[in-house]
Design a protein around this ligand. Sequence first.
Ligand SMILES: *Cc1c(COP(=O)(O)O)cnc(C)c1O
Length: 379
Amino acid sequence: MKKTYLLAPGPTPIPESVTAALSGPLIHHRTPAFQAILDDVRAGLRHIFQTRQDVLLLSTSGTGGMEAALTNLFSPSDEVIYINAGKFGERWGKIAKAYGLTPIEVKVPNGETLEIRQLEEKIKQHPAVKAVLFQASETSTGVKLPTQEICKVTKAANILSVCDAITACGVFDLPMDEWGIDVLITGSQKALMIPPGLAMIALSEKAWAAVEKATLPRFYFDLLREKKAAAKSTTAWTPPISLIQGLQESLRMIKEEGLHNVFKRHELLARATRAGVQALGLEIFARKPSPALTAVKVPSGIKDGKLIPKTMRDKYGVTIAGGQDELEGKIFRLSHFGYADRFDVTTALSALELTLHDLGHPVEFGKGVGAALRTFSEG
Ligand SMILES: *Cc1c(COP(=O)(O)O)cnc(C)c1O
């Protein structure tokens, strides 16, 4: 027997009561019983998105939500700025290109965050630009981006802000209506504590006006059609019924804890993780770290950095994430959002201490864990 722990930034662990809800009896989706669940879920999502707008459910992983945003908002060759602070920012550019848009990149070096001036200059150079596409939390580098400032700039320029909040929504404060985020997207397998398979998306009035004019082809991910279905407490197509039953329970848990307490918990877990890692003499990769996850530089003494996540998983049963592409072997990422609490942080740090020792890196056992515990005891 080997006990395993899922501490990667998606998919994240599922609470026991959610697992029970997921495996409940299947009901038909065109019934009053399912409509009641859907209405409850939509209200819960509006609470988490902090919006009065409808939150639409799409049967797809998060990337499908990103794609739906672009195909519904734009017309061929439209100019869009995308902030490339890592893999997911880069993905905005790739989707835009695939659909014949004109993507304009704002490149942010890995581990850095956006300088708002960079964005202002790019908008000045491209007066026809329609929108800024970005991540609130860039999961590949562990960086938090300045969403509120980005939205101030897009508002001043009268263009749309399209925010991939897949490791941000339900992790830290991101009030859609208050900050004027025009499109907010999240995915089920991150902070919402259910398996992959659902994307959620909400649009501002301004974004809906753009949808009316946009001409890119779309069929399955037709947001106007979904909006009409939502008004009748249903979905356009057969939804992943079981996932929505699970989501009802995870949203109930979030509401019970209180959204702002959820944010505070994530903030505390992030602080404790950073304190633990730094107490071990390791360096945080992100200049402005996201509360969702902590990206850590592989210490120079360890020649093959890929061995850190591999050893943690294969020897100790703790699944974390390594770096992707050019960051492979250079960083590793510890997740602490969703169904995560204090002892997930100490478990990750314990396995990390053993792993570093195994790989010949000098470790004083308990140093990282101790720093995390001190953070917890101080609150
Ligand atoms: C996980 C994630 C996605 C979506 O990835 P899928 O594999 O399609 O669910 C998109 N953006 C960010 C920032 C993510 O963390």
